[in-house]
Design a protein around this ligand. Structure first.
Ligand SMILES: [Zn+2]
Length: 122
């Protein structure tokens, strides 16, 4: 039997379609809302020196505003903090940031783009 040559993407991740993220869990809440928990799939590069880390320091949950995907969604990012293993780097640890949710952002880029598209000129 042939084996896949790349990592298979699960159905929930495919349906949710947030670039750079993988769906970890999905729960049904009241009023048809769903809580989607995701984690980043991007390699964790130190913002100061660029070295990719392999040692996780901690993980915390961050709520991120996002577009409705087949109904209202509460998006939770299981955001990791990594050690920087470069001995010459002054930054000892850093948190993940992605293109879709840049550093200090509280909304996904697709939500921001959607709001800007819908905004009417005054
Ligand atoms: Zn570094």
């Amino acid at each position: 039997m042939p084996k896949p040559t790349s990592a298979a993407i699960d159905a929930a991740t495919t349906i949710f379609n947030l670039p750079g993220y993988r769906v970890l869990d999905a729960d049904a809440l009241s009023f048809g809302q769903r809580r989607i928990t995701v984690e980043s799939t991007d390699p964790p590069g130190c913002p100061a020196c660029g070295v990719v880390s392999s040692r996780r320091k901690e993980r915390r949950l961050q709520r991120v505003r996002d577009i409705p995907v087949a109904g209202p969604v509460e998006l939770i990012w299981a955001k990791r903090r990594w050690f920087c293993d470069e001995s010459l780097c002054a930054r000892k640890s850093f948190t993940e940031a992605t293109i879709e949710v840049p550093r200090f952002a509280r909304s996904t880029r697709r939500l921001t783009a959607g709001v800007q598209t819908c905004a009417l000129p005054i």
